[in-house]
Design a protein around this ligand. Sequence first.
Ligand code: BLA
Length: 512
Amino acid sequence: MVFPSDTGSLNDSDCELIYAPASIQPHGILLVLESPVLKILQVSNNTFEALGIYPDELLGKFLHEFVEAEEIEAIEKALFDNSHHSNDIRLSFKSQNRQFFFHGTLHQSSSALIVELESVVSPKASDSFNCYHLVQEPIDKIHKTPNLQVLCQTAVEEVRRMIGFDRAIVYQFDATGAGEVVAEDKVESLPSLLGLHYPAADIPPQARNLFSMNLIRFIPDINCQPVELIPECNPLTGRPLDLGFSLLRTVSPCHVQYLKNMNVAASMTLALIKDKKLWRLVACHHPTPKYVNYETRTACELLAKFVNLEISYKQDSEDREYAIYLKEICHKLVANISLSYSFVEGLLKSQDELLALVGATGAVVCANENLTTIGKTPDLVESEKLIAWIKTQINNDIYHTDSLSKLYPPSEKYKELASGLLVLAMSEMQNYYILWFRSEAIQTVNWAGQPDGKFELKPDGSRAFSPRNSFELWQETVRSKSLPWQPCEIEIVRELRVAITSMELRKTNQQL
Ligand code: BLA
């Protein structure tokens, strides 16, 4: 799985090993079993509270001494069928003349099996039919949404309704790993986060990577007392247990502080994955501790999986519609060229199509030394200088940038007209170029707090990471950039090139 670029983010050495804290959150218990004999190697230090059996009474024993034979069989079957994934399990322990029912998951972590369990009142309460019931309506609503934006808005509304938190947002990553809140549903009394941007360092790469293992992260109470594992290290490896897959893993102190600074006491996050990339998160916040039961969370996870499928489908169909529109324009352009004496004449007869082909605001057609400008472009002298520079840069037939002045500083003086440049070099016919321009798109980015300056220097000179403590609006104006060129716009230029080249070849053959 690939994740938004790590640029500007903290790396492993900046961040503690968040996947091996040797402790869990107290809303469940964790047992580490030796596979395949199911001998208990490690337990969380809250088994007495949860099932009336002290850790000492469990350690070194075999699981079948405590649970029913058919439950052991179910575990063995799950391991045989699906050993690399997390498996849903139910267990009931008998102790102190009572039966304690649990629902949870089982997964393999190197040589050990990790069982994580949360109490349920009775076995009936944890019914898979229940889960289907919870997601049936939200799935229906999401399926009927007309586009991605409405889909995200519907997803936050439905998730928030299912778990009863005060706020749910969709957080969208850009290519640098920074993010923006693009959909929100909340109680009226909370301030809105919609449209706010957050820097990549707020969710370090390690934390982003963990979403490849679990689509869901649930923190019912950030102030809870972590429960340590006994013994601290896994006896099979002598090292702290890898809890990367774990649902109950304790929360990194840095993130706890972050949430406190945001006035959040409980959080639930769902990962939205598109094309195997972490694309967006649904982040839910509540100002006071709040537990969401295992079935509801499983239903939310199921909903997230459905949303992921719908996202790919909807994005693909939005892209497809735009690509079809561009193809129609390209056909018109090619038809005009085929009716003209030369391809340049044909291009110049179809100026509107030439701009619409890539959504440009201006274009220059260069045929040998003759330049023709269309729409908003730099003047002829500047265009000639630009082409001279392009010739020194271009290795491929297509070249594009959305921040020309960064690469070619003389363009700074006409950046309003031309911050974006897309060039097609008709290399077979040297000195034939089509240049498309996009004007500057001045953007005001609303950051939730100043994005830099998170590090505190410790007295010994080392860096200590600390989360932001201010989310005050901080505005940045991004200049000298155009809207980015879309892959389908670049692709259509490639198609135009193929069409022109083959028409020119045909003409040459006819003349011979
Ligand atoms: C995790 N930080 C996260 C997660 C989110 C955010 C969504 C993952 C979900 C979770 O574990 O709860 C950040 N949450 C946000 C943002 C919004 C939001 C941006 O709701 C916007 C509305 N965080 C820092 C710094 C560090 C840091 C400086 O700001 C230092 C390394 C760490 N963030 C950090 C860590 C985790 C995290 C370690 C993982 C927490 C864990 O899983 O234990």
